[in-house]
Write a protein that binds this ligand. Structure first.
Ligand code: ADP
Ligand code: ADP
Length: 236
């Protein structure tokens, strides 16, 4: 996907993105880094049209996915959003069973026809999120919120994968979990990128260095540098 000359203003006039241009390649982890308030979250949310319900947001420029402008009039935002999985900073599983956390999305989108197909898919998503062995005996009798913080975040990743997105958007996904759980999520991200693209917002340069293929450095709403992780960190 390609972002071209993107500008975004919030309703109060804040000019949060200034002429931002970058590509997201298939099967890469692109990390957004930069100081607090520089526009990382805004730039993440613009990709899947998460600002649509924020009152007064104005966007100029283009976000192209498969060559098509995702802000074009005929694009249906929910259909567009389906191509993305979202992982928030704070694990936010549904207050439902583990099974239901992962089965809900595919069911409402009609992705799996039979109960068997759905069961295989739920297992696959939980395996890909490295959670299956820990939860397989409690799919129906434990709720997502009964799990530890790190497990909850992996469940949220399984849920994000469940609708078969092309892109995973992760907004500081390790910002509220402990170092061991953080390492697990980083390892997971590096595996998952073999099948999709990941945009990772992080305040940690070290994390960007560990996991990102490329880094985009934001400052005051501008994208100051974007390039391979090695180049960005050695150029300093
Ligand atoms: P980061 O993720 O890098 O911390 P953000 O994208 O959250 O930065 O914020 C970029 C700028 O936009 C900041 O000045 C922030 O205060 C402002 N901002 C973010 N969200 C809103 C909003 N809903 N309304 C007005 N200003 C906002
Ligand atoms: P994050 O860095 O995860 O976006 P924040 O605490 O910065 O978390 O912001 C929480 C929410 O408040 C976000 O949805 C963000 O868009 C919004 N927000 C951030 N800054 C402002 C602001 N200056 N005015 C209004 N809303 C804001």
């Amino acid at each position: 996907m390609t972002v071209e000359e993107l500008n975004l203003w919030y309703g109060d006039g804040t000019h949060a993105l200034r002429d931002v241009t970058f590509d997201l390649y298939p099967r890469e982890i692109l990390a957004f880094i930069g100081p607090s308030g520089c526009g990382k979250s805004t730039a993440l949310k613009v990709l899947n049209r998460m600002h649509d319900n924020d009152h007064g947001v104005r966007i100029e420029g283009r976000v192209l996915m498969h060559g098509e402008d995702v802000y074009a009039r005929h694009v249906d935002p929910p259909m567009h959003r389906r191509q993305f999985g979202w992982v928030a900073q704070k694990p936010n599983p549904f207050p439902l069973s583990i099974w239901e956390n992962v089965a809900y999305g595919p069911r409402i989108h009609g992705l799996k026809r039979t109960r068997e197909e759905l069961a295989d898919h739920v297992e696959d998503c939980l395996r890909r999120a490295h959670l299956w062995d820990e939860v397989k005996d409690h799919l129906h009798d434990l709720e997502g919120t009964d799990l530890s913080g790190g497990q909850q975040q992996r469940l949220c990743i399984a849920r994000a994968l469940s609708t078969e997105p092309d892109v995973l958007l992760m907004d500081e996904p390790t910002g509220s979990i402990d170092p061991i759980a953080t390492a697990a999520v980083e390892e997971l991200a590096m595996e998952l990128k073999h099948r999709l693209s990941i945009v990772l917002v992080t305040h940690s340069m070290m994390q960007a260095r560990r996991v990102a293929d490329r880094v985009a450095y934001f400052h005051l709403g501008e994208l100051r540098e974007v390039g391979p992780t090695e180049l960005i960190f050695n150029a300093a």
